[in-house]
Design a protein around this ligand. Structure first.
Ligand code: HEM
Ligand SMILES: [Cu+2]
Length: 616
């Protein structure tokens, strides 16, 4: 594709461009659209739950449907909404921050995206085909073994596909950071968001295989008559829990570390100061990631592992508060004495600090094994994890969107609407979840369909549901903001007086990102050049032809193949004729792989002449 192709094109051409793209920026946008779509679905599911719990003994939805709602809400939010939104941001921004022209494996990047999309679609097909999964996002055996219908089978196949996509994406980011940094971009000069992407990728690399294996075991148990989790046949149900949380606990750090990285960039940009304690921040990130793998059994205190195991896991869990505390203090110290701008992006970052701190404190409470016998499976836990996951990750995503929107779409989001979004969501959030701590302490169990009249739970639940609607209003204002902004005036390359490399190129960037790779001379490279009066990056190479990968439809077709095979695996239990779908689907996927392996594709060059014609 040449530069001239950026003129107006028809809808079909744009669609084809996005289906075949291997450009990390377009893939990032597709992740944002996909994740955003599933965020709305997951939000709708949460509203169903909250409407059902609006008043005591409500019969708005049936008990079975309620189970499907909270299961799909949790599953969707974690796997299909928040994680893809983060991966979208990482995909778009990280290569720009290290001065790269793309990720290391553009083809795989596209494959990861389409596997996520088709996995998510497969999972949600269950709504229309006889019922969604209903044994919680954790799908504990034996509950998940005994769940009738195909809901859990959709869970298994859908998550297997999108999980494979995530694993592929993580490996890609890892290799990109290791091999594609611009000259001078040493590890200790990388922005914290890039560091977080790097460490998050390591977590994905080690955590997701545990999920993959677990899903395979459940698949064999449900579809092919094995008995890994079936106690009656000599299996062990606790194995599911161990493998699930061996994945599941690191997963929450996969969700929170990118947000930590983003906040570090935002605080330093809008305080006009170098990040306080940069080295400590990097090591705290690494330490949190490491400890994240050591604490999975804090989800299993009540299983009966015994006092020794419980104590070890309790102490290890509490230890995570130390590096997290270091981070909180460093963010505060970054703002200390800085010249602070409070805009929409910064508001989310400021709102994050107290909110996440509350989540951290309830986390330490839950880490106390003895106390957890009381809290376990009550609304206290629901309050805790929403404080960290919404107060940390969703706030982070919102901050990031306001911060990088001009870079990604060339438009600045409307400040007034941005502030309305923040305040309605922030107040709604605390209304929803703060009271849940007390509902939990009063004994309201998690995942229950109704509560009774005289239990004293009415007011709390009412407040909680009202808060959820307030949050929805915030989200709607944000959507209006997006559409409103399409027509606003173009954003400059560097609207926030930024410090890192992504602000040194036009908004949105050309598809090759950097005309010439920049020379990095320290942390906050763009800021260094500004301080020395140059204002722009020095090139590390002469202007020359740029080598770029070609677009391809093959990853899309490969994912369609796996999607078809997924249906085959699910329904072959009912009738062996469905095995043909397995064969057809796998043939498509393997055929696409063979095609990819056998056909040489050397990419294309953007010539020096074309680059020279392009104005700065
Ligand atoms: C922003 C608005 C949100 C609202 C109003 C909301 C509300 C709820 C409610 C009412 C439940 C059911 C509790 C129960 O009865 O067990 C729930 C469960 C859950 N939520 Fe959310 N939530 C929101 C966002 C999120 C986000 C962003 C995430 C993840 C990143 C998330 C993850 C979960 C999980 C994992 C569960 C547990 C599901 C299960 O028990 O299997 N939620 N949420
Ligand atoms: Cu955990």
């Amino acid at each position: 594709m040449s530069i001239a192709a950026t003129q107006k094109r028809g809808f079909g051409a744009v669609l084809w461009d996005y289906l075949t793209t291997v450009d990390h920026k377009k893939i990032g946008i597709l992740y944002l659209i996909g994740g955003g779509f599933f965020f709305l679905i997951g939000g709708l599911e949460a509203l169903f739950v909250r409407i059902q719990l609006l008043v005591p003994e409500n019969d708005f939805i049936s008990a079975g449907f309620y189970n499907e709602m909270f299961t799909m809400h949790g599953t969707t939010m974690i796997f299909l909404a928040v994680m893809p939104l983060l991966i979208g941001l990482m995909n778009y921004i990280m290569p720009l921050q290290i001065g790269a022209r793309d990720v290391a494996f553009p083809f795989l990047n596209s494959l990861g995206l389409w596997l996520f999309i088709f996995g998510g679609v497969l999972l949600n097909c269950s709504w229309f085909l006889g019922g969604a999964p209903d044994s919680g996002w954790t799908a504990y055996a034996p509950l998940s073994l005994q769940s009738p219908g195909h809901g859990i089978d959709f869970y298994v196949m859908g998550l297997q596909l999108s999980g494979a996509g995530t694993l592929i994406g993580g490996i890609n980011f890892l290799v990109t950071v290791v091999t594609m940094r611009a000259p001078g971009m040493t590890y200790m000069r990388m922005p914290l968001f890039t560091w977080a992407t790097f460490i998050t990728s390591v977590l994905i690399l080690f955590a997701f295989p545990a999920l993959t294996v677990n899903l395979f075991l459940l698949m064999f148990d449900r579809m092919f008559g094995s008995a890994f989790f079936d106690v009656a046949l000599g299996g062990n149900t606790v194995i599911w829990q161990h493998l699930f949380w061996l994945f599941g606990h690191p997963e929450v750090y996969i969700l929170i570390l990118p947000a930590f990285g983003l906040f570090s960039d935002v605080f330093s940009t809008f305080s006009k100061k170098r990040l306080f304690g940069y080295t400590a921040m990097v090591f705290a990130t690494v330490l949190i990631a490491f400890l994240g793998f050591m604490v999975w059994a804090h989800h299993m205190f009540t299983v009966g592992l015994g006092p020794v195991a419980n104590s070890i896991f309790a102490i290890a869990t509490m230890a995570i508060a130390v590096p997290t505390g270091i981070k909180i203090f460093n963010w505060l110290a970054t703002m200390w004495g800085g010249s602070i701008t409070i805009n929409s992006s910064m508001l989310w970052a400021l709102g994050f600090i107290p909110t996440f701190t509350i989540g951290g404190m309830t986390g330490v409470m839950l880490a106390s094994a003895v106390a957890d016998y009381q809290y376990h499976d009550t609304y206290f836990v629901v309050a805790h994890f929403h404080y960290v996951m919404v107060g940390g990750t969703v706030f982070g995503i919102m901050s990031a969107l306001h911060y990088w929107w001009p870079k990604m779409f060339g438009r600045i989001l409307h400040e007034g609407m941005g502030k309305i979004t923040f305040w309605t969501f922030f107040i709604g959030f605390h209304l929803t979840f703060f009271v849940q701590h007390f509902l939990g302490l009063m004994g309201m169990p998690r995942r229950y369909w109704v509560f009774l009249e005289e239990q004293g739970l009415d007011t709390g639940n009412l407040v909680s549901s009202i808060g959820a609607f307030l949050m929805s209003i915030g989200v709607i204002v944000f959507l209006i903001n997006i559409f409103y902004t399409i027509k606003s005036k173009k954003a400059p390359a560097d609207p926030w007086d930024g410090r890192s490399l992504e602000w040194s190129i036009p908004s949105p960037p050309p598809h090759y990102n950097f005309k010439q790779e920049p020379l990095v001379r320290g942390l906050d490279p763009l800021w260094i050049e500004k301080m020395e009066g140059k204002g722009k990056m020095t090139a590390a190479e002469p202007l020359d032809d740029i080598h770029m990968p070609n677009s391809t439809i093959v990853p899309f077709i490969m994912s369609v193949g796996f999607f078809i095979a997924g249906f085959g695996f699910i329904y072959q239990v009912d009738h062996s004729a469905w095995l043909s779908a397995v064969y057809v689907g796998m043939a498509i996927a393997l055929g696409a792989m063979a095609f990819r392996s056998l056909k040489d594709d050397h990419g294309h060059h953007i010539t020096k002449e074309e680059l020279e014609r392009e104005a700065d």
